[in-house]
Design a binder for this molecule. Sequence first.
Ligand code: NDP
Ligand code: 2IT
Length: 450
Amino acid sequence: MNYTHETISHLKRSSPAQAEFYQAVEEVLTSLAPILESNSKYREEAIIQRIVEPERQIMFRVPWVDDQGNIQVNKGYRVEFNSALGPYKGGLRFHPSVNASIIKFLGFEQIFKNALTGLPIGGGKGGANFIPNGKSNGEIMRFCQSFMSELYRHIGPHVDVPAGDIGVGAREIGYMFGQYKRLTGRYEGALTGKSLLWGGSLMRKEATGYGTVYFANYMLNDKGDSLHGKKCLVSGAGNVAIYAIEKLYQLGATPLSCSDSRGTIYHDEGIDVKLLKRLKEVKRDSLIHYLDAYPSAKYTPVSDYPTDGHAVWRYKADAAFPCATQNELTEQDVVALINNGCTLVSEGANMPTTREAINVLLEANITYGPGKAANAGGVATSQLEMAQNASMQRWTFNTVDEQLQRIMKNIFTNANEVSKEFGQPGNLILGANIAGFRRVADAMIEQGVV
Ligand code: NDP
Ligand code: 2IT
């Protein structure tokens, strides 16, 4: 029986117009074929029918007043997808492209990613179709307060624990935490990614980018190689990209590029990570200003990108780290990478690689770390933040870093072992999807039809 085809047809009828969600489901179900064939219990328990349907979906109005005194209205979401393994856990995304399809694909991915960490966290995701770029601090604060004025009733340390994602960093988490505390009267870990001054964990900011690079290094170590001396392409210029770039330097590699929503920087001497932090974390400026300090670097505006992909992947390098957004690595981008000698792709972003591009990666035997494995360091460290909050402790940077490395290594080993168990050694997309699925599905079976 073709579960993938049957499930997608069903979803197209029951949840119309959700292309990114179908894409995420198709990718997972394609990988699950061997375990579904060999294991009748998952069919008898209707696990697939249950797992693709969120336990709860919340959609709400987010009204706020801009600096000109105009009333603005956005659409807010929280999809509580699966709580078999623990409280719903996953980020909030503020970006104009946010809609039900985007939040559902992210929430669906999060179920398996969180399961892979081995930690007690379920899967969820949320956000709003808000445009953070160009907004004043006051506007960001009023938006976050309005967003939390509805969200607070659905979350809590044992219920659902949101964090950041695109457009949501420490500043936004701060404003949302303040409003949560004001509305509930409780000072508790209902959000992660908090400031170090009031309950945040050391290393959370760095965790996703560092984790993605650790994961890439573990993949290479398994083949007797390492990142040392490798030239790397990175996309994005936000939280994940910045700390991936930082860790690449620490492991002896050279990151040559970064990108934002307006263009791509390629700098053959290596990206100046201090300047990048100043431009993006402090000034929230366009990457074009990188040229003010380095006129010899190359800037390509989006208008000059190839029609079938992205400028950032058209340079010569050994490894690629997509760290911006979904579907940012196309089939033609992957072909270009391979023709230029690239042998590794490690995904910091969620679903950055199109379905067709993944097929090319697998056929070419490229070392490939899928996002739900390679970028799980962020959510794993969020869970370490929850553990510190619950026990009123504060761990050192090194303690958290050691745990992050241990978790990333375990995820690699687990996905790799499962890929061998199912006769496709090294196919980590298959290994990660089956390993994550097995843990959630078995927990669902033990908890009955709920
Ligand atoms: P940020 O908002 O910090 O940075 C996102 C970066 O990507 C920015 O440079 C932004 O450009 C660029 N970008 C965003 N959307 C687009 C787009 N549609 N086209 C081109 N460029 C775009 O987000 P994060 O770094 O936190 O997230 C990046 C990716 O990593 C996302 O896929 C997210 O889901 C994933 N992720 C994040 C985790 C985390 O802990 N933060 C954990 C695991 C995965 P600009 O600066 O112009 O806005
Ligand atoms: O996609 C992700 O894993 C995140 N945005 C982080 C989620 C979290 O709860 O830390």
